[in-house]
Design a protein around this ligand. Structure first.
Ligand SMILES: [Ca+2]
Ligand SMILES: [Ca+2]
Ligand SMILES: [Ca+2]
Length: 246
């Protein structure tokens, strides 16, 4: 391959990455189930980046989730929300960002022993089923992963586009230590497209979340494509031959 062509291809790849938003760009459909709290019915709050702080400038952390109607939409009992990204969300291989492809942010948080030593005592989960699609018509359920569950997200990492290592323990630990274990990740539900049931998907563009039939009602705050570090991106391009010497 000619070097000039390689440069043009890299330029095009970086341009398309710059133009695309890593966050959900449109709401396709929303059906709120019964029993949702008043005022938490605007699905457009999930578009764009999740909030870093509430309107009183309290930063969002793994023990202080977003809570305002301008930040959170409640699915209600068995309600459903479908969003689209403005680009293909690629299925990262297992050695890139732990294989995680996109994140779903919610208002889940760790409860702490605030009258004692501050350790984490538990977590508030209100799980929603996750489905993915390439065309917005045929959806595939993601196995064993639920929105409004692990991990509560934090704004302390500076961005919302990196995955959190799997299997972080949290009970009886200090919140700051757990956030340290997130490394460059910010939390959120960690979704691997490879866990789609009944399909092998290289990419997706649509995500549907549906509250499951239990006591809790899932709340959603945002969606983010996981963007590999630039060095990893160049390695990926090299791996598929774009950087091969002529
Ligand atoms: Ca993946
Ligand atoms: Ca439920
Ligand atoms: Ca919730």
């Amino acid at each position: 391959m000619k070097r000039s062509l390689v440069v043009v291809l890299l330029f095009m790849a970086s341009c398309s990455m710059l133009n695309a938003s890593p966050y959900a760009s449109s709401v396709i459909s929303f059906t709120q189930g019964p029993w949702a709290e008043d005022d938490y019915g605007d699905p457009s709050v999930v578009l764009g980046a999740p909030p870093s702080a509430d309107t009183y400038d309290w930063p969002i952390s793994i023990s202080y989730g977003p809570w305002e109607p301008s930040e959170v939409v409640s699915l209600g009992h068995c309600g459903s929300l479908t969003i689209a990204f403005d680009h293909q969300v690629m299925n990262n291989p297992a050695d890139v960002e732990y294989g995680i492809d996109f994140l779903i942010f919610s208002n889940t948080f760790f409860s702490t022993d605030y009258e004692g030593d501050g350790r984490i005592l538990g977590a508030y989960f209100e799980p929603a089923k996750i489905e993915v699609s390439q065309d917005g018509i045929t959806f595939y359920e993601i196995a064993n992963t639920f929105a409004d569950q692990l991990y509560p997200y934090t704004s302390s990492k500076g961005n919302f586009v990196h995955a959190t290592p799997p299997g972080i323990e949290y009970l009886n630990r200090q919140p700051a230590d757990v956030e340290d274990d997130y490394l460059t990740g910010c939390g959120g539900t960690q979704v691997d497209i490879s866990n789609a049931i009944g399909a092998t998907l290289d990419w997706i563009m649509y995500v549907r979340v549906t509250d499951i039939d239990d006591d809790g009602m899932a709340d959603i705050v945002g969606f983010a494509d996981v963007v590999p570090e630039p060095a990893t991106m160049i390695m990926l391009l090299a791996g598929i031959g774009l950087l091969r010497r002529k």
